[in-house]
Design a protein around this ligand. Sequence first.
Ligand code: T46
Length: 136
Amino acid sequence: RVEPCHIIDLKEISDQRGHLCVVQSGKEIDFDIKRAYYMYGMPEGAARGAHGHRRLRQIIIAVHGRFEVVVDDGFSQATFVLDHPSKGLYMGPMVWRDMINFAPGTVGLWLVSDVYDEGDYYRDREEFLRDARALA
Ligand code: T46
């Protein structure tokens, strides 16, 4: 078990025209969305992430394709597979993450709780692990 990460099964509203999923602040997620970004064109073997966040909360969705998110809260690790647009990975603060094994054509969407701030990042794994263990 890795705190504070979990999969959210987003409700699919489906009819003959296709599927629709909704993410709302105060409903599916407990934070206000201040920024959205998305990623595409990840080449085979690419790895992204390799950092932690001090305060940022986020939900990650593979809107197309598939990838894996390896998370570490300083005590344990877990791997979440994102392989369907109705599946979101919620990540709270103080989690080290690595994104790997992107299938060709994958598009990932991130909905996050704050604007971009490099000061919120841990880029050094040892520093992250030290703080995560001290704060627990
Ligand atoms: C996260 C993982 C899952 C910006 O200028 N604004 C932005 O909003 C973002 C997200 C990035 N950038 C710049 C910072 C870097 O120079 O874009 C460059 C690539 O960012 P980064 O190396 O942080 O990309 P990833 O894929 O390793 O990490 C991103 C997010 O930064 C991070 O918050 O949790 O996706």
